[in-house]
Design a protein around this ligand. Structure first.
Ligand code: 13P
Ligand code: SF4
Length: 331
C-alpha cells in the first residue's frame, strides 16, 4: 500500500502532510510532519500543486487560506472539537455580550484551532491568529494595542498566557461581570477535551513516585497543571525539549498519546518517558485517519473523482488570510 501511495503522490504532484498526533503508520510515510505553525507555513510554501493533509479541519483550512491556488484534501473529515466550540455566530454573540458590559473595543486573538469564518471575524476587527508555538510573541504584539484582549477559543491557553505576563484573565460566561471588567485578557470558554485529562494530581503522583522526574506539557493544559510543569510548549517544542534531555533523565509528558509514545525508546531497557494520565489521552479525530484513507483519497484524485477537498468562500478566505499572514509576519 505504501508503494502505491508514493507512486500516486509522484504522479499527482501531492505533498503528504501529517500532524504529530497522527498514527505511526501515517507519520512514517508523510513528506512533512510538524506542529500547526510549521505545517501551515511549510505546506503553503511547497511547490506541489496538491496537498493531502492528515490532521484536523482547521489545519487543512490554514493551508488553503494561505495558498488558495493549491488543492487541499483531507483523507478523513476530522474536526478539532475545540475549534468546533466557536463559530461566527458565537463570536458575534460574545462581542455583543462584551458591549453589554460596556466593553466597546477589544483586540481579538484567535488560536489557530478555529475555523476560517472565525478567523475572518477576527481579521475584520484587525486581530491576529496565534499557535501554541508563537503565542507568547503574538501576545506581546496584542498587548501593545492597549486594549482588553479577547482570546478564543481556548480558555486554558488564554489563562496561561495571562499568568505568564502577570496579567488578569477572566472567562466569558463563567466569571462575573466584575471579573470580566477587571481582566486584561478575556477568554472564550472553549477547551481541549484531550488536554483536560491531565490533572495537578497526576503531576503530584509522578513527582512523588520519581522525585527527579521532569514534567513537560502543552499549553492547552489547565493553569493548575501548567503551573506545576518544568516545561510548557507546542508539540514540536516538547519534542525538542525531550530529545535534548540526558537519555537517562525521566520525563512525563502531558499531550496526545501518539506523540508521547514515539518520543523515546526505553533507556538501558528502562522505560523513562511517561504519559501524564492513567486515561490514554488520544485525540479521537486525529486517530481516525488510516493509510487506507490516504490511498483512497489519492485513487479518487487519480480518477478525477476527488472528494474531501477543502473549499472556502472567497470573501471568508481573503479576510482569514490577513489574520494568518499577520501571525506569520510576527513569528
Ligand atoms: P500544536 O500547534 O502544538 O501542534 O498543537 C495543535 C493541537 O491541536 C494541540 O492539541
Ligand atoms: Fe483539537 Fe485537542 Fe485534538 Fe488538538 S488534541 S486537535 S486541540 S481536540
Amino acid at each position: 500500500m505504501k508503494a502505491r501511495i508514493k507512486e500516486l503522490q509522484k504522479k499527482l504532484d501531492v505533498l503528504l502532510v501529517a500532524h504529530f498526533y497522527q498514527r505511526d503508520e501515517i507519520v512514517e510515510i508523510a513528506d512533512l510532519i510538524g506542529d500547526s505553525l510549521e505545517l501551515a507555513r511549510k505546506s503553503s510554501q511547497s511547490k506541489n500543486q496538491n496537498v493531502v493533509f492528515c490532521g484536523v479541519g482547521f489545519m487543512g483550512q490554514s493551508v488553503k487560506i494561505l495558498a488558495p491556488k493549491k488543492r487541499v484534501f483531507m483523507p478523513k473529515i476530522a474536526c478539532c472539537s475545540m475549534a468546533r466550540m466557536i463559530d461566527d455566530t458565537y463570536f458575534d454573540k460574545s462581542i455583543e455580550k462584551l458591549k453589554e458590559y460596556g466593553i466597546e473595543t477589544i483586540f481579538p486573538v484567535t488560536y489557530i484551532n478555529s475555523n476560517a469564518e472565525v478567523k475572518a471575524k477576527v481579521a475584520e476587527l484587525d486581530g491576529v491568529v496565534c499557535t501554541s508555538a508563537n503565542a507568547a510573541k503574538i501576545m506581546d504584539y496584542a498587548l501593545k494595542h492597549n486594549k482588553k484582549i479577547f482570546f478564543l477559543p481556548d480558555r486554558c491557553l488564554g489563562q496561561n498566557l495571562a499568568s505568564q505576563n502577570g496579567l488578569k484573565s477572566a472567562v466569558l460566561g463563567l466569571d462575573s461581570k466584575e471579573k470580566i471588567l477587571d481582566a486584561d485578557i478575556i477568554c472564550y470558554d472553549g477547551f481541549c477535551s484531550v488536554h483536560q485529562l491531565f490533572t495537578a494530581e497526576d503531576v503530584d503522583f509522578y513527582r512523588q513516585k520519581y522525585p527527579d522526574i521532569l514534567v513537560a506539557v502543552h499549553p492547552e493544559c489547565t493553569p493548575e497543571v501548567v503551573q506545576k510543569a518544568d516545561f510548557v510548549g507546542s508539540t514540536s517544542q516538547i519534542i525538542q525539549y525531550v530529545q535534548n534531555l540526558d537519555p537517562a533523565q525521566r520525563v512525563v509528558v502531558g499531550t496526545e498519546f501518539n506523540l508521547v509514545n514515539r518520543l523515546r525508546k526505553p533507556y538501558n531497557g528502562i522505560q523513562n518517558t511517561f504519559v501524564l494520565s492513567s486515561t490514554k489521552p488520544e485525540c479521537p479525530t486525529m486517530n481516525e485517519t488510516t493509510l487506507q484513507d490516504v490511498l483512497n483519497v489519492l485513487e479518487a484524485l487519480d480518477k478525477g473523482e476527488a472528494y474531501n477537498e477543502i473549499l472556502l468562500k472567497e470573501e471568508v478566505a481573503i479576510k482569514a488570510k490577513r489574520a494568518l499572514e499577520k501571525m506569520l509576519e510576527l513569528s
